[in-house]
Design a protein around this ligand. Structure first.
Ligand code: TYD
Length: 144
């Protein structure tokens, strides 16, 4: 997959004096069926999470509290996204390398994903990822 398929998706917001509410309705808001939810919390300052790609899994990441950065890499180029609001998130298709860093104190990263946990779906070695991508998508004269 290419970085052009990674995108910020805005979510509905119900703004009230008594507090705000955001909701996500499966495939109405996301390009996949949600099968699993997990969250990162109590992340120490300076820590990096992620550091892998997925063969099939698609993902949507929200900064439910605080902020952090997500660096995406399609094997050719990288892009850094700063997430800091709970009413939008970042969609990551399959076969994109991701790293999460720059976590603010008390931040919570909420992940909605398309598969049950399966270690066999992970690629945890960056060189393996890049080789895999370049075999599937050889560079053209345009550099891709
Ligand atoms: P990992 O996906 O590597 O964390 P991150 O990418 O956020 O840094 O997962 C860390 C550990 O937790 C690893 O041993 C696998 C385990 N794990 C589960 O058992 N179930 C899950 O749903 C997830 C996301 C991870």
């Amino acid at each position: 997959m290419s970085l052009s398929e990674c995108k910020i998706i805005d979510l509905p917001k119900i703004l009230e004096k008594r507090g705000n509410l955001t909701f996500i309705e499966g495939t109405r808001h996301l390009p996949f069926e949600i099968k699993r939810v997990y969250y990162l919390y109590d992340v120490p300052g300076g820590a990096t999470r992620g550091g892998h790609a997925h063969k099939q899994l698609e993902q949507f990441i929200i900064a439910a509290m605080g902020s952090f950065d997500v660096v995406l890499d399609d094997g050719f180029e990288k892009k850094r996204f700063h997430l800091n609001r709970s009413y939008y998130g970042l969609y990551i298709p399959r076969m994109i390398w991701r790293e999460l860093d720059n976590f603010s104190s008390g931040s919570v990263s909420l992940a909605l994903v398309s598969q049950y946990y399966d270690e066999d779906d992970y690629i945890r070695d960056y060189d393996v990822f890049v080789n895999n991508i370049r075999q599937q998508q050889p560079r053209t004269s345009k550099g891709r």
